[in-house]
Design a protein around this ligand. Structure first.
Ligand SMILES: CC(C)(COP(=O)(O)OP(=O)(O)OC[C@H]1O[C@@H](n2cnc3c(N)ncnc32)[C@H](O)[C@@H]1OP(=O)(O)O)[C@@H](O)C(=O)NCCC(=O)NCCS
Length: 150
């Protein structure tokens, strides 16, 4: 496969893939996340030639579960079905972590779909608490990684 390019993208470019992969059959409004346009929020796109094939967002959003003051939240991680299992998800995740690291964030957290937990565990994210249901989306698991700057 030709090389994949990862770039920062405007949030307006990613709603289509969010809808297609994460909210199929649901209105586009369900793909607008609260902190999408917050100052420090950051959206990544994976491109194959000029085609956007994968997305991930790092949002300025704190969880009450964690004590850290400077948190980021990963949301909307998705790779188009034809491009899966080619490490594109892994590259997007690494780039998301890199952004947190550059910003000196203390923790990256997210609600992972239960069936995707092993993917995140592969990259050293940890589970916090028990599985819970997000109505009309499914079972989720809170996960996180703390960053150490010493
Ligand atoms: C989850 C997702 C982003 C992974 O993207 P991907 O590009 O297919 O994943 P990668 O190819 O980078 O996978 C890297 C490794 O994780 C593994 N992996 C990927 N998805 C996995 C899963 N659901 N469960 C367990 N392992 C998984 C791969 O087999 C690979 O392992 P290897 O290094 O031993 O070969 C993609 O499957 C997707 O978009 N799924 C639908 C939307 C979704 O559920 N998003 C996550 C919401 S929390």
């Amino acid at each position: 496969m030709q090389e994949i390019e990862i770039k920062q993208v405007s949030v307006d470019n990613i709603f289509k893939i969010r809808q297609q992969v994460l909210r199929p059959g649901k209105p586009i409004e369900t793909c607008f996340f609260e902190k999408d346009k917050a100052l420090e929020s950051f959206h990544l796109g994976a491109f194959y030639n000029t085609q956007l094939i994968g997305i991930a967002s790092v949002l300025e959003d704190n969880s009450n579960t964690f004590q850290e003051k400077f948190q980021f939240r990963l949301r909307g991680m998705a790779v188009l079905p034809d491009f899966r299992k080619k490490k594109i998800g892994a590259i997007l995740l690494k780039e998301a972590e890199k952004y947190c690291f550059q910003k000196k964030a203390e923790i990256l957290w997210f609600n992972a779909r239960e069936k995707v937990v092993p993917f995140y565990e592969k990259y050293a994210f940890k589970k916090e608490g028990s599985v819970f249901l997000i109505p009309s989306v499914g079972n989720h698991q809170l996960m996180f990684k703390r960053f150490n700057y010493e």
